[in-house]
Design a protein around this ligand. Structure first.
Ligand code: MN
Length: 148
């Protein structure tokens, strides 16, 4: 079960976060959630395989090309998490506020174990992006210069 890690980290009766349910939809949506937890970060999530593939980006995903930001891969989240915002109560995993910073759709160009290339169509994030793994859970996210 792919959301095992999501479920293990949480006591789902004590947080308003969605239940650990895999849900295949024909949509390709993304979301960026501003998460004021112990440390402020932005969670970048792509809807794939019935889950949200997720990365925590300490400085937030870049709006412009030429900037590379660290993106630490975290556990897959349920698709229903895509609309989640609000407060995770004190004492729970990820306690703090969650706000939707951007959302939209994406089109996947390339996907390997270590690299994703995709087009984002959101309000703040638009254009061609890449996520490239450089070590274990550590990836870089950046906007690529586009001609095509
Ligand atoms: Mn987070």
């Amino acid at each position: 079960m792919t959301l095992e890690s999501y479920e293990k980290k949480r006591n789902l009766s004590r947080t308003p976060e969605p239940s650990a349910k895999v849900k295949k939809t024909p949509r390709q949506r993304f979301v960026v959630q501003e998460h004021r937890a112990t440390r402020l970060h932005w969670d970048f999530r792509l809807e794939l395989d019935g889950v949200l593939k997720s990365w925590a980006v300490p400085k937030g995903p870049p709006v412009e090309s030429g900037i590379r930001r660290l993106a630490v891969q975290v556990e897959d989240h349920p698709v229903d998490y895509i609309t989640f915002h609000g407060t995770i109560p004190k004492g729970n995993y990820g306690a703090g506020s969650v706000k939707i910073w951007d959302k939209g759709t994406f089109r996947l160009k390339t996907r390997t174990d270590d690299m994703y290339e995709f087009w984002l169509k959101g309000k703040r994030l638009n254009g061609r992006y890449a996520l490239v793994r450089f070590k274990e859970k550590n990836w870089l996210i950046f906007k690529t210069k586009t001609q095509d």
